[in-house]
Design a protein around this ligand. Structure first.
Ligand code: ATP
Ligand code: MG
Length: 664
């Protein structure tokens, strides 16, 4: 990387440019911008041919496909539909008899620092054994299985074992409450839950199995026949006779050979629920063939993966990043990867740097929220500063989950990457299955805060409300013009909502990402400007405002109405502020504090501790338009403590703004 061409410190006008070094370019899989443009041109000239060629190259097919893309029932696109394959076969069996067979697949570092390693061959044996366990419980191809597990090798084994027998998994993040779990179990109609007795986070033992029990009982989850429990810690848990069993006991009784069940390319590999910005969480359904193809290809392209790399994606398997870049992509690509349990700040905020040093990590992929909190921690403790660790093994850095602000980018670039490592700022979504817009480490000149350009074959564009292209420099709506193999197939059980949410009529059949974006005038680089709808991002955990509002209003004995907005927060990115109208009087003083606490705990129980509002304000009403819509833009100003400068003439009840501007 060469020195910045200038150093204007602004998020809007960003003139710093970092070119990849000649050596990086020379050694890269996609080497230089000419190669990038050549691939883009290839995809443009023969779109289906481009994808068909790669699908044959990157995946092992049990039965080859004859048709690449079927658009006859758009937007329910099908890719490689008459082909047959198995995702787990492609991640494991495919490497047997090659040098990857004995390569380390996973380096696992537990919360307490203990390290275990598993080779590809060993992983195949364990996945097969557990797949046999699932079969012995009567789990069949097409059944849904909910996975509610901590970050462990066993979490990956559970996912791979489902894929192996053709069961569709739905991983629920281990921080979600019983209520959230129950909703997802019932929506998916799952037949089994795979969980752990406890999970370890920051030296604390936190329950998982007890929450599963609560979810199944309270949610009356009739479809659940079995609960399989990974014994993470020695602590005993309640086991229900005939329904529950331990993973290790079951596995010991099974053979470690289990032929992979071949499925059609469109067979649902998994359903993953997004945070649910519009109320009920959406079960995003992904395919087997198209999804796996892109998870594998983006490992090669975005991360420029080499045989010798030690790859580390810090995401939890409960999020899409943990699916594509922990459970599937790295294994399909035959990479050695690090998986870590716990939190980045335990035993101290130097954990990431220490792990990079210890395991000689070469590619490190994390979220801006983690970077921001570690910057803060390093500022306050000299010993935790990255300069105290040997980070020279690193060659590529990645960012995902939200826009990375240019100053955090610069810190990451300088202090972690030693001004040597390209940063791939990858824009993508649960729905896209894999990266969409991202720099290529050996080609793209980097601009802090910009995800730069779409990958070859990906047709992102910025349009106005009618679907017409807007010129560079003007903001607009981010869309994808043509389908791509790893795209969402439908919303589980709700095809109408799928069409309405992602392919609105006025947008000419384009995929609507839901984010706003702008392209730079000079390079045409994309920068994501924010959501079209309202989603909160607290410490990298995304929640729809609607979900929290719905939870508050569900406290029917107390709450009449609620509106939730985000307020910028140095540490967590965004903090949740809730405006609540109670059924009774507007409380004041100690009463207000007590009620606010009660409601905060209620939300934690309903959704999870991450959804707890930081502040709750009470008022006799909410600011509304005359048609009855809550004016969130005003509430956002109030939450920030700003004077309201917006036009309030359409407001039905302007006097309540005074009331809501005060904290309790
Ligand atoms: P929901 O769809 O339920 O509202 P969500 O969109 O927060 O949930 P994800 O699919 O995990 O859930 O997140 C995708 C979103 O994250 C993108 O739409 C975008 O807003 C943001 N995002 C992800 N990566 C980047 C990035 N590199 N730069 C900017 N924004 C990003
Ligand atoms: Mg989204």
């Amino acid at each position: 990387m060469t020195a910045p061409s200038s150093a204007i410190q602004s998020t809007l006008v960003e003139n710093r440019v970092f070119e990849p070094s000649a050596a990086t370019v020379a050694a890269a899989r996609i080497s230089g911008m000419d190669s990038y443009h050549a691939l883009c041109a290839e995809a443009e000239q023969d779109f289906e041919g481009f994808w068909a060629k790669r699908a044959r190259e990157h995946l092992s097919w049990h039965k080859p496909f004859t048709q690449t893309l079927d658009s006859s029932n758009a937007p329910f696109y099908q890719w490689f539909a008459d082909g047959e394959l198995n995702a787990s076969f492609n991640c494991l069996d495919r490497h047997m008899g090659t040098p990857v067979e004995n390569k380390t697949a996973i380096i696992f570092e537990a919360d307490g620092g203990e390290v275990t390693q598993v080779s590809y061959k060993e992983l195949l044996a364990k996945v097969s054994q557990f797949a046999n366990v699932l079969k012995s419980k009567g789990v069949q191809k097409g059944d849904r299985v909910v996975i509610y597990m901590p970050m462990t090798v066993e979490g990956v084994i559970a996912m791979q074992a489902c894929a192996r027998i053709g069961a569709t998994h739905s991983v629920v993040f281990g921080g979600f409450s019983a209520k959230a779990l129950e909703e997802r179990i019932n929506d998916a109609g799952a037949v089994a839950v795979i969980t752990a007795n406890y999970q370890m986070r920051g030296g604390k033992e936190l329950p998982l199995k007890a929450i599963v029990d609560e979810a199944i009982t309270q949610g009356d989850c009739k479809t659940i026949r079995n609960v399989i429990v990974f014994q993470r810690t020695p602590t005993a848990v309640n086991m229900v006779e005939g329904r529950d069993s331990f993973m290790h006991e079951e596995m010991a009784a099974q053979s470690d050979v289990c032929p992979a069940e071949m499925v059609g390319a469109e067979h649902p590999l998994f359903v993953l629920y997004t945070s649910g910005s519009t109320g009920k969480p959406k079960g995003v359904q992904h395919s087997t063939g198209g999804y796996l193809l892109w998870a594998k290809m983006t490992m090669d392209w975005t991360f420029d993966l080499k045989d010798s790399d030690i790859f580390w994606c810090t995401a939890d398997i409960g999020w899409i990043t943990g699916h594509s870049y922990v459970a599937y992509g790295p294994l399909a690509a035959g990479a050695t990867q690090i998986i870590f349990e716990g939190v980045p700040t335990y035993p101290n905020a130097g954990r990431f740097w220490q792990m990079i040093e210890k395991h000689k990590c070469t590619i490190f992929y994390t979220a801006p929220t983690a970077i921001r909190s570690l910057i803060k921690a390093c500022d306050s403790d000299e010993k935790l500063q990255p300069k105290n660790f040997d980070l020279s093994s690193l060659r590529i850095l990645g960012s995902v989950g939200e826009p990375i602000n240019p100053e955090a980018w610069m810190w990451y670039y300088k202090h972690i990457g030693g001004e040597r490592c390209p940063i791939v700022d990858t824009f993508w979504q649960t729905e896209t299955g894999g990266h969409m817009i991202t720099p290529l480490p050996g080609a793209t000149p980097l601009v802090p805060g910009s995800c730069t350009l779409p990958l070859p074959g990906i047709t992102t564009a910025i349009v106005d409300e009618m679907g017409n292209d807007v010129p560079n420099g003007s903001g607009g709506i981010l869309v994808v013009k043509k389908p791509w193999p790893s795209m969402i197939r439908t919303i589980w059980g709700d095809p109408e909502r799928f069409k309405k949410s992602y392919f609105p009529e006025e947008l000419k059949g384009y995929y609507l990402a839901g984010d706003g974006a702008v392209r730079s005038e000079d390079r045409g680089y994309f920068r994501i400007t924010g959501r079209i709808d309202d989603v909160l991002n607290v410490s990298g955990h995304r929640m729809g405002t609607m979900e929290i509002e719905s939870a508050l209003v569900a406290k029917t004995d107390l709450v009449a109405e609620a509106a939730v907005v985000g307020r910028p927060d140095d540490l967590t990115g965004e903090a949740i502020v809730a405006f609540v109208v109670l059924k009774g009087q507007v409380p004041t003083g100690e009463d207000a504090k007590k009620l606010a606490n009660e409601l905060r705990n209620w939300v934690a129980k309903e959704i999870g501790p991450i959804a707890k509002p930081k502040e709750i304000r009470f008022g006799e009403n909410l600011p509304k338009t005359r048609s009855g819509k809550i004016m969130r833009r005003l509430l956002r100003s109030l939450a920030k403590g700003e004077a309201v400068t917006q036009d309030t003439s359409t407001l039905e009840n302007p006097h309540i703004l005074d009331q809501l501007s005060q904290s309790n």
